[in-house]
Design a protein around this ligand. Structure first.
Ligand code: SPD
Length: 437
């Protein structure tokens, strides 16, 4: 309901702006759903006015699927000022000239939170996005994490959840949730299918992130057809709730959704945990970029900066469960929990952080990071995956569904035959004088 009201308010603001003949005082932000503490939006409007003397109104809209967002920009040329795609989509947008370079010098030095709080680790991740264009000149990391398995510890052992094969384990059939995110499912499945080659060293995780060959695509599709037999739902954002209610017991999910679900579930006595399977996985990072159809570049740059202010980053983390791409000491401080075991997160926070008590689901241990790779854009070959994905999902029925439909058809056939016999013998409802309403 809150979302509907928000969307209606956004539409109204846009309508009023267009009646006004322009949208100079409007900042159109397009972000993932459940990915911000929405109370920071009016605070940004106030802060922006204090900093620049100009009024701004944020129009905030959300998406659940990277490819839906991309198509709005690529095909629809929508005039968002700011969007938040994942790494491989940023790569694609860079390749097709859809992004504007960011002007960090537009920000006064004393409030340049982007420069002050960058994590070298994520700067490196973004540097690796595109070998030809420096992505850090076009994008600022927002949130990041891993893809793994969220599981119900009363039903699934850590050993069972510690392999990607859990998503086709018949023991959990009908209680498995899969993210409706084709690249985030394809990558882990291919990593699973190529275990032998990975162990022999004939292929690397990085190689697999570029592998969209017909052969691999066919193998992943065959595998997903088996997975589908036990799938409770292909979900863009409802999986975490299904897990907290105990309806799902295995969920291929992102670390941030997992953190949110683990905490919510604990409050109602459902025990969940999250693991990055042994075979390896993907690490991902979503970042703020300004598309070339943007109108309000200055306010967009200030908005990115505001998101990098440590107190704002902490609030966004607390609201969503995701890890902010912010390596400020205040952020580390806010995450310390004396009940947890110390882990090494120096790769993210720097050399002081070799042994700190933070949540390992949020901040993966270095050993987990070492078995993860970043997804890459496939260019025009992406279409092959999207077609395969709709083939898998579109044909939604499992074999159990076919059995049920078969039984229903046979039963209907028998009923028709018996009905016609009764009719002949004068024993039907009509024949007995009772009228249908
Ligand atoms: N509810 C917001 C989730 C955003 C997570 N982004 C992950 C993208 C992985 N490619």
């Amino acid at each position: 309901m809150k979302k509907v009201l928000f969307a209606a308010a956004a539409a109204l603001v846009l309508m009023l702006a267009s009646c006004d003949g322009g949208r100079d005082g409007i900042l159109k932000v397009y972000n993932w759903s459940d990915y911000i503490d929405e109370s920071v939006l009016p605070e940004f409007e106030q802060w922006y006015e204090e900093q620049t003397g100009e009024a701004i109104k944020v129009v905030y809209q959300t998406f659940d699927v990277n490819e839906v967002m991309l198509s709005k920009i690529e095909k629809g040329h929508e005039d968002y000022d700011l969007i938040c795609p994942s790494d491989y989509i940023i790569e694609r947008m860079l390749n097709s000239g859809l992004l504007l370079p960011l002007d960090f010098d537009a920000l006064p030095e004393e409030i340049n939170y982007i420069a002050h709080n960058r994590s070298p680790y994520l700067t490196g991740i973004f540097h690796d996005i595109n070998p030809n264009i420096e992505a850090n000149d076009y994008a600022v990391p927002y949130m990041w994490g891993t893809t793994g398995i969220l599981y119900n510890t009363d039903e699934v052992t850590a050993e069972e959840a510690g392999t990607w094969d859990v998503i086709r384990n018949p023991k959990f059939a009908g209680r498995i949730l899969i993210k409706d995110a084709p690249r985030d499912v394809y990558g882990p499945v291919l990593i699973y299918l190529r275990q032998k080659e990975l162990q022999e060293g004939t292929v690397t995780l990085q190689d697999l992130m570029y592998d969209c060959s017909d052969e691999s695509m066919a193998e992943v599709e065959a595998y997903l057809r088996e997975v589908k037999e036990g799938v409770l739902g292909w979900e863009a954002d409802f999986g975490k709730e299904q897990m907290t209610k105990g309806r799902g017991v295995v969920s291929l999910n992102w670390s941030g959704d997992a953190v949110w679900a683990i905490e919510e579930a604990a409050e109602v006595g459902v025990n969940l945990d999250y693991i990055v399977p042994e075979e390896g996985s993907t690490v991902w990072c979503d970042g703020w970029v300004i598309p070339k159809y943007a109108h309000n570049i200055r306010a967009a740059t200030y908005f990115i900066d505001f998101m990098c202010r440590p107190d704002i980053a902490i609030r966004n983390m607390e609201e969503t469960g995701y890890i902010a791409a912010n390596a400020a000491p205040e952020v580390l401080e806010s995450q310390i929990n004396e009940d947890l075991e110390p882990i090494d997160v120096s790769y993210f926070f720097g050399p002081e952080a070799t042994s700190v008590r933070v949540d390992p689901v949020l901040y993966p241990d270095k050993a987990v990071i070492d078995r993860c790779a970043l997804e890459h854009d496939w260019g025009e070959d992406t279409a092959k995956l999207l077609t395969m994905w709709s083939r898998i999902k579109g044909d939604n029925a499992s074999s159990m569904t076919y059995i049920v439909i078969g039984i229903a058809l046979v039963a209907a056939g028998i009923a028709v035959v018996l009905g016609s016999r009764r009719h002949k013998h004068g024993k039907g409802r009509k024949a007995s004088g009772k009228k249908r309403k």
